[in-house]
Design a binder for this molecule. Structure first.
Ligand code: GCB
Length: 600
């Protein structure tokens, strides 16, 4: 077999196993939907007995068949209906003590009736399942999805009954060397149906996706597209912005795709005035509404400009950990609390680390006027040489951009975090950059690089990946992993690129309420001292255009063992796991206040 043929086969094969989902339907919030959230029956299956037989071959009659004994002599060794339940959405780890450290398969089952409407199509939509999900409806496989933080949907129109449907999902959060992320990462591997599940009902031909954004470099011209799905692909579609009296029609082509272009006198979206317009997109049989803000984000030399004005990104990194309880965040209230804390810190920007967060985060950021750095879990040492790993990373990036490309808040797509230098890594990430530019020509591209020293006191940003990026991101832990806090005082920063820099991580750990002097490890004073020295160093970096310290709130991590102090928490939060602000919070708050004043 020649190599290129082999390569095509690999691609075909991996596509079929990694993503068999239908193309993503966007703007789920504003569709006709039925919730499947709530209690699901579960079976914890560490040996995957419900999937493999005793020769470890996939069973024809796995647990997805939901078989019931018909007569009293029938032997069926499972029964969903008398099994325990878990709440969906929600990670399994924090719902049941037994599951705190669990990594493996859990089967989920939900029964439901559905009033069918002959002219409509129905999709089952999952906000996310970490990290592999195989979905069955009424005993039949309908699809599989890999990637723990991105949404997916399958069409089930033909398979749905009026009464007694049951959906079963095999969710598996085992880590894999070839995965994205790989085996090693510094956050809790929360498993389960972590985001909402719903049935989405759409007309026979429906508006599946659209991009309505200002063209690169423009403050008045919209350039985008609308895409239909269904039988009547060749038709007229329209966009209305009632507030501006705008109404435009466009013709779709045979693929159901229409380019969209028009001008408007927009009040631009800014953090001070996060103006969102109600938009109506319609076709012959479908209509979808959305709220979209218009703004322009650009880089000119070392400046980042929002709507043509230089801006400093006063940010904070955030994990998708719930604000006032342990576990994954998933709802609007969680998003509001987290982003309000960011506002209290005087932020205009957040880094949603290290994977796509739930859609509420970007929707709430849109309405609160907080700019967003969004990223995928290409983290540390993934398998750069592995083609399937690349496809997996690209699929996650693709779904993230598809879902969030109409959010004004999102200004940066980040490709990777702290990845070690190598040619293979550079090629891998370059391909992601090319893909992103093609998919979304309007936003800026970044990555969180590592620092390198030119000499004892000089940090130099010379990672060859920098050439591909619009904005340089860089993580550094001077004062924590890298010397004592006062090391900052002597460090100079240089770069070989004429580009803006965001310091995308810095910080140190402190247990809230634990006090000592500035040299007492884990005390709030030690952390505060790191921030003091960091802030004076930051002020000396001439090409610095933003910071997102690590991190807003303490978060669970299986790598953090120190009893009585860490107890499985990464304590670098400026806020504790229960919402109390540590001393370092106020150092950053003051720094940002100064920055804010300087800009006014
Ligand atoms: C890093 C990682 C982040 C970790 C952090 C830490 O550099 O990017 O995921 O949690 O350091 O606390 O060590």
């Amino acid at each position: 077999m020649d190599n290129s043929f082999k390569f095509k086969l690999v691609i075909l094969f991996s596509l079929s196993i990694i993503t068999t989902a239908s193309e993503l339907i966007i703007n789920i919030e504003n569709r006709n939907k039925t919730s499947l959230n709530g209690k699901w029956n579960i079976i914890i299956d560490p040996f995957e007995n419900g999937y493999y037989d005793y020769r470890y071959k996939p069973h024809e009659n796995g647990y997805f068949k939901n078989i019931k004994p018909k007569k009293k002599s029938d032997r069926v060794e499972y029964d969903f209906d008398i099994s325990p339940t878990l709440q969906v959405p929600g990670d399994w780890n924090t719902q049941n003590d037994k599951l705190l450290f669990y990594e493996g398969t859990i089967w989920y089952k939900k029964s439901f009736d559905y009033n069918k409407n002959q002219d409509k199509r129905v999709f089952i939509y999952f906000g996310a399942a970490n990290s592999n999900a195989i979905v069955y409806l009424n005993g039949e496989k309908i699809g599989e999805h890999t990637g723990g933080f991105t949404p997916f949907n399958f069409e089930i129109t033909q398979k749905l009954k009026e009464k007694g449907n049951f959906v079963i999902v095999k969710v598996d959060n085992k880590r894999h060397a070839e995965g994205v992320p790989t085996l090693n990462f510094d956050w809790w591997n929360y498993g389960g149906l972590t985001r909402k599940v719903m049935l989405v009902t759409v007309p026979e031909t429906f508006i599946q996706d659209y991009m309505i954004q200002l063209a690169k470099g423009s403050q008045e011209k919209i350039e985008g597209w609308i895409k239909l799905n269904g039988k009547e692909l060749d038709q007229e579609v329209a966009i209305k912005i009632p507030e501006l009296d705008i109404q435009r029609s466009f013709k779709t082509n045979k693929e159901g795709f229409a380019k969209v272009s028009f001008k408007g006198n927009f009040e631009l979206w800014t953090p001070q005035n996060p103006k969102l317009y109600s938009i109506v997109i319609s076709s012959k049989t479908d209509e979808v509404t959305d709220k979209i803000g218009f703004r322009n984000i650009e880089v000119n030399g070392r400046e980042i400009s929002l709507n043509g004005k230089p801006v400093f990104l006063r940010g904070i990194s955030i994990h998708e950990d719930a604000p006032l309880r342990s576990g994954r965040a998933f709802n609007k209230e969680d998003a509001k609390i987290l982003l309000n804390w960011a506002k209290e810190l005087n932020c205009n920007f957040v880094r949603l680390a290290h994977y796509p967060h739930n859609e509420n985060m970007v929707r709430v950021a849109d309405s609160m006027g907080i700019m967003v750095w969004a990223e995928i879990p290409v983290y540390w040492t993934i398998q750069w040489e592995n083609k399937e790993t690349f496809i997996n990373a690209k699929n996650q990036l693709s779904a993230l951009i598809t879902r969030d490309k109409n959010r004004a808040s999102v200004i940066l797509w980040s490709m990777a975090n702290e990845t070690p230098l190598s040619k293979l890594r550079l090629d891998f990430i370059k391909k992601l950059v090319q893909f992103t530019r093609m998919k979304d020509p309007t936003r800026l591209i970044t990555a969180a690089l590592e620092i390198h020293y030119k000499d004892k006191n000089t940090v130099i940003i010379d990672d060859p990946l920098g050439k591909e990026l619009d904005v340089l991101g860089c993580n550094e832990y001077i004062g924590w992993y890298d010397g004592p806090p006062d090391k900052c005082d002597n460090i100079k920063w240089e770069t070989i690129y004429n580009k803006p820099l965001i310091i995308s991580e810095f910080g140190g750990g402190a247990l809230y309420g634990f006090h000592g002097d500035t040299l007492t490890m884990w005390s709030e004073e030690y952390q505060e001292n790191i921030y003091k020295h960091q802030v004076s160093m930051l002020k000396r970096i001439s090409f610095l255009r933003g910071t997102t310290p690590w991190i807003l709130k303490d978060f669970m991590s299986p790598r953090r063992h120190l009893p009585g102090i860490q107890d499985y928490f990464n304590l670098k939060g400026l806020i504790s796991n229960r919402g109390s602000k540590k001393k370092a919070f106020y150092i950053m708050q003051n720094f940002y206040q100064e920055k804010m004043r300087a800009e006014q």
